[in-house]
Design a binder for this molecule. Sequence first.
Ligand SMILES: N[C@@H](CCC(=O)N[C@@H](CS)C(=O)NCC(=O)O)C(=O)O
Length: 218
Amino acid sequence: MALTLVIGNKNYSSWSMRPWLALRASNIAFDEVFIPLYTGEADKKRILSFTHSGKVPALIDGDMTIWDSLSIIEYAAEKFPEARLWPEDRARRAHARSISAEMHSGFAALRNECGMNLHRPVGAIALSADARADIARVHQIWTECRERYGKSGPFLFGAFSGADAMFAPVVHRFRTYAIAVGPEAKAYMDTVMALPAFQEWTRAGLAETLVIEKFETV
Ligand SMILES: N[C@@H](CCC(=O)N[C@@H](CS)C(=O)NCC(=O)O)C(=O)O
């Protein structure tokens, strides 16, 4: 039975983008259910009909529901080991999981101040010290990965992995808010932006016309 991934607006939903990208970039087939976010009760009820979390993304596999972006990536990695969503080497895998969990549980200032909005014209804004610290930490994570694993390929751990999917929305944030990066981070961002699955998501997001006012503040 085909997998179904329930997602929100491609223009805004950074959480939806992560598992979508992990599945698509790994050539794992899935059907997509799109539910527009923050439109009112009817759409919220549709989300709740798939997952009691009331949030997207959610993956439906037969009678199972897996919600939360990182859990979906973990599930896909287990179900499709040939996709190699986590590095084979245990130390690399632990590193990939550490930065993915760090991304998942942190970076609140960066998320709040630089929301993903593909339509937003590129331009810098004034950022708080906390957001600047988040940016410095992302930069450090990317640079360290590239220095350690760059010989095995252009992604964080050489080949594409779940960690790249977790950081892909940040690539959009850095691009949109014109955040200055060093050469290693720039090369990594270019690699992610050249990924066909990333481009497919971005094209679809840019084609959307729905506007979520609360995400249009900057
Ligand atoms: N921790 C969750 C967060 C999911 C989340 O916050 N999703 C937002 C959209 S990006 C959502 O569904 N909001 C709709 C709502 O709260 O009504 C994950 O990683 O999947």
